[in-house]
Design a protein around this ligand. Structure first.
Ligand code: 4AD
Ligand code: MG
Length: 431
């Protein structure tokens, strides 16, 4: 008898196999039982026919409860009707552990209840699909940057200096000193780019932001590439190629998962570089035309503004050249217009909002020092960062892609809380 997994059963058509599985769901009558089995690699239906198995096996099939763990043995059969393509004709069941009163039943539950049971909810077919898509995006990220000559560098999580403004920092003690949880690895990635040329990071970041929206997490994962000798426009080309690569990889490798989530695939098929670019000035004009009369030059965009701008495009759109006053201290000013910076946010279609923030970085020592002071930051804490402008400064650019927002958009799920295994939200640190 062969031991295998659900994802491998296609190799054993008409042969008998044993699979370690959980019972996701079950339907039975007096003569037949349909077992919805899952083993992490996939989902398959097991069929137990009373007249074809020993009485004891049929009774067991009727008695096993939702989410019990079992070894199930049967013959693999091709099945055109199932989306998966195969079915198992069960002839033996061995119960490992009989589960009692699994809290998440096939009926509908509220979000708070499901979030309280996140440790179990992860087993659901939808959640399974989302984690597989997340994994594919991570896999494709490493592939893309490795193929493009980038080196993976890991910035620290406990830090002494803040890149994105001091109001959203998680504070902690570092023995006798004050420290913060990283809100972005960027400053360290700039140092790494001066050592290795093209680098990228992938790690958790923390924002003590009191936002309770479908796009905000307190802890989220960010991919942060940084490139030496790279101007603002060159960085946009890498960004659009990278995002296209992610979407095409998910289309190619996660077909079943997209189907499970009911994603409109035709929308994803259009996501190919190049992406449209509009300036902040133009975005303000477009918003006025759409009836947002209150917004003025110098105001930041909220979710409704980004959604309306994105509606004009069927690909992600770059909004470039934001006012200097809206952006962090490190962004390179426009060479002819001091009031705007060489930056871009990439706004995803369908209301998913900003998935990338990036810019060219200031590489002039005096200007950078001035900006640090203007932002009320402690120059001493940034001494090492200023050093990069004293020893072989070069034009350089980089960006940060938020993993969860990208997973939400590509999967077509409403809220980022379902795109990370254990979301940290404003009111949630458990489970
Ligand atoms: O625009 P942000 O704040 O940019 C930076 O942190 C830069 N230092 C990155 C860089 O240039 N290396 O964040 C980048 C991206 C956003 O576009 C968004 O996708 C995601 O990170 N993001 C969040 N995702 C979930 N929850 C939050 N609270 C997020 N804040 C930012
Ligand atoms: Mg941003």
């Amino acid at each position: 008898m062969t031991k295998t997994t659900i994802s491998e059963v296609y190799q054993y058509v008409d042969q008998e196999v044993t699979i370690g599985a959980w019972l996701a769901n079950k339907r039975s009558s007096g003569k037949i039982a349909f077992l919805q089995l899952r083993d992490g690699t996939g989902f398959i239906q097991g069929v137990v026919v009373k007249s074809e198995v020993e009485e004891e096996v049929f009774q067991l099939a009727k008695a096993i409860t939702q989410e019990s763990s079992i070894y199930v043995t049967g013959k693999v059969q091709k099945d055109e009707r199932s989306p998966f393509g195969y079915e198992l004709s069960v002839n033996k069941i061995e119960v490992i552990q009989q589960a009692v009163d699994y809290p998440i039943t096939p009926k509908k539950h509220g979000t708070e209840f499901l979030m309280d049971h996140r440790h179990l909810w992860l087993r659901a077919r939808r959640q399974h699909a989302m984690m597989k898509i997340r994994n594919e995006i991570i896999r494709a990220t490493y592939e893309f940057f490795n193929e493009h000559g980038f080196v993976k560098v890991d910035p620290p999580i406990l830090t002494g200096s803040a890149p994105e403004g001091t109001t959203e920092l998680f504070h902690t003690k570092y023995f006798d000193e004050d420290a913060f949880l990283s809100q972005s690895g960027q400053l360290y990635m700039e140092a790494a780019a001066m050592a290795l040329g093209k680098v990228f990071s992938f790690g958790p970041t923390f924002r003590a932001e009191k936002s309770k929206t479908r796009r905000h997490l307190i802890e989220f994962w960010m991919i942060e590439p940084e490139m030496a000798f790279c101007k603002f426009e060159d960085s946009l080309v890498i960004q659009e190629e990278y995002v296209s690569y992610l979407v095409q990889a998910v289309l190619k490798n996660c077909n079943l998962e997209l189907q499970t989530l009911g994603r409109d695939i035709s929308k994803l098929e259009k996501i190919k570089a190049p992406f449209p670019r509009i300036t902040y000035d133009d975005a303000i004009k477009r918003l006025h035309e759409k009836g947002f009369n209150d917004i003025e030059w110098g105001d930041d965009f909220g979710a409704p503004h980004e959604t309306v701008i994105a509606e004009s495009f069927d690909k992600p759109v770059f909004i470039t050249h934001y006012p200097t006053s809206l952006k962090p201290f490190y962004m390179e000013p426009h060479p002819e217009r001091d009031e705007v910076v060489l930056c871009a946010d990439l706004i995803a279609p369908e209301g998913y909002g900003e998935i990338i923030g990036g810019s060219e970085r200031i590489y002039d020592y005096d200007l950078l020092k001035k900006r640090i002071q203007e932002h009320g930051l402690d120059v001493d804490a940034y001494k090492w960062y200023l050093d990069l402008r004293q020893y072989g400064a070069v034009p350089h650019s980089g960006f940060g892609l938020g993993l969860e927002r990208t997973v939400a958009w590509i999967s077509g799920v409403e809220h980022v809380r379902e795109t990370i295994p254990f979301p940290r939200l404003l009111n949630r640190l458990y489970p």
